[in-house]
Write a protein that binds this ligand. Sequence first.
Ligand code: SAM
Length: 274
Amino acid sequence: MTNNQTIEDVKNYWNKRPCNIRHSNKEVGTREYFDEVEKRKYFVEPHIPGFAEFEKWKGKNVMEIGCGLGTDTMSFLRSGARVTAIDLSKESVMMAEKRAEVFGLQDRVDFYVANAEKLDDVVPIKQYDLIYSFGVIHHTPHPEVVVEKIKKYLPKGGVFKMMVYYKFSWKVLWIIMRYGKFQFWKIKELVPKYSEAQVGSPVTFYYSRREVKKLLEGFEIKNIFVDHIFPFSIPEYKKYEYKKVWYFRFMPKSLFLLLEKMFGWHLCITAVKK
Ligand SMILES: C[S@@+](CC[C@H](N)C(=O)[O-])C[C@H]1O[C@@H](n2cnc3c(N)ncnc32)[C@H](O)[C@@H]1O
C-alpha cells in the first residue's frame, strides 16, 4: 500500500480534532466529561472490552499505541495494569494525561507524544506483556513500519492486539453509495475522506483478512474477528440522541448482530510474537 500524505498531515488532523472529543458536551477536562466520553464510546463500540480483556492485564506491562483521549488507557489502568501510552497528537496526549490525573491514576502511566513509526526514538525499549492499538495503525502512512517497531518491545509469546478497518465492510459500501454515488473506482479517495467523524482523514487504510496476515509477518494470529456497524442516524447522534436509521430500526436484532460479525468495520486481531 502506498500513500502520499505525510505524518505531519496526520498529526495536524488529529490535533485539530482529537478522536471522540465530542463524545460529551460537558465541560472538557472535567470528571463528568470523561465519564460521558467513556459511556458513549463503550455504548457505541460495545465489543471493545471483550476484545481488550482489560481485567486480564492486572499487574502486567501494557503499551498502548495511539491512545487518543485515553478511554481504553483508563480501563487498563483501572484493571491494575502498568501502562505506557503514546500518541502522535499532543492535544490528545494532554487530554489523556489530564484524565489520568482527574481519576488519580497518573502514578501507573507514562505518556509520550510520539510517532509510532519512530517509536524507538522516543520510548525506551523494554519488554511488554501486551501491545494494544485500537483504530490507529490504519491511520499512519506506513503501517508496516509500526509493526516492525512493535516487535522490538515484545518478547517471544508477547501479545499484540490491534484493530484496523475491514475492507469488505458495510461502512466501505455505505461510503461508496452515500458519498461516491456508486463510483467504486474512487474507493481509495472516498474511504479516507469519510472514514471519521471529521471529514478528510489524510490516511485511512482498510484490510482484508489476508492483507492483515501479511502485515503481521512474524506474529502468530490467535484470534481474528470482525465487528461493529454504526446503526445511528448521524444528525440525531450529533445531538446525543440514539435513533437508528430506518433500515436498521426494522431489522431483527439477531440479523443485525450477524451482519456485524460478517461485514463490521472493525477487524480485531489478537496475535503473539513468534
Ligand atoms: C481513531 S483515533 C483512535 C484513538 C484511540 N485508540 C481510541 O480508540 O479512542 C486514532 C489515533 O491514532 C493516532 N495516530 C495516528 N497515527 C499515529 C502514529 N504514527 N503514531 C502514533 N499515533 C498515531 C492519532 O493521533 C489518533 O489519536
